[in-house]
Design a protein around this ligand. Structure first.
Ligand SMILES: [Zn+2]
Length: 217
């Protein structure tokens, strides 16, 4: 069965960008691994502090809802994620042990510095055909450079969008911070817009960095 590695700079990133797709892979019996590169805790612009343990617990709850096989936590500080050096070897080791068929992370032109770093790490680790399918998830529309994201791969998530939303709700601190059901409504609307492109009710979409035919033929 194919194996999928989703790598977020922060807890909750991959649920927002690819939660419906991950749930769909899991329903097909694929093994999905989630790697979270930073320890999660941070203080926001209003001075509210979110603690590592809180975010980690929320990540575990969300992963249970999606059906993720294993969550791997790295411990880099939020906003200080390096894009090179030993972190590349550390993610190399994860890829060597999991041997994923699909690697999903952020988009290189995302405006969050940690997201950009994660995209660079994914590209470095996927060198020389080590991972056949490499995908960048969509930047969220409130980021100023969302138009740099050019999706080519659309996934019908009509059957898994409710699982995605429950996984987002499991991040109780972030769900409240971003407006609770208003956040859910916005993410749902985004999926509906992406679905419109290809005639699905709801879709997630990805920019293809590399794709072979192994999952199709
Ligand atoms: Zn993030």
């Amino acid at each position: 069965m194919p194996k999928i590695l989703a790598m977020g700079a922060h807890p909750d990133d991959m649920e927002l960008e690819a939660g419906g797709t991950l749930a769909k892979f899991i329903r097909k019996g694929y093994d999905v691994y989630l790697l979270i590169l930073t320890s999660g805790g941070y203080t926001d612009m209003k001075g509210n502090t979110y603690f590592d343990e809180q975010l980690k617990n929320e990540a575990l709850n969300a992963s249970k809802i999606l059906g993720v096989k294993e969550v791997i936590f790295f411990d880099y500080n939020t906003t200080e994620l390096p894009s090179g050096g030993k972190i590349v070897s550390e993610v190399d080791s994860i890829v060597d042990s999991i041997k994923p068929d699909v690697f999903i992370s952020h988009h290189p032109f995302d405006s969050h510095q940690d997201h950009k770093a994660a995209a660079d790490i994914m590209f470095a680790v996927s060198r020389q055909g080590r991972v056949k399918n490499v995908l960048s998830g969509s930047t969220l529309p409130y980021r100023p450079n969302v138009f740099a994201f050019r999706p080519q791969f659309f996934v019908d998530i009509t059957d898994t969008i409710d699982i995605k939303m429950d996984a987002i709700r499991a991040y109780e601190t972030q769900y409240s911070k971003f407006g609770s059901e208003e956040l859910i409504e916005r993410v749902r609307a985004m999926s509906k817009t992406h679905g419109w492109a290809v005639g699905y009710e709801y879709a997630e979409c990805f920019e293809v960095i590399r794709m072979d035919d192994s999952l199709w033929i």
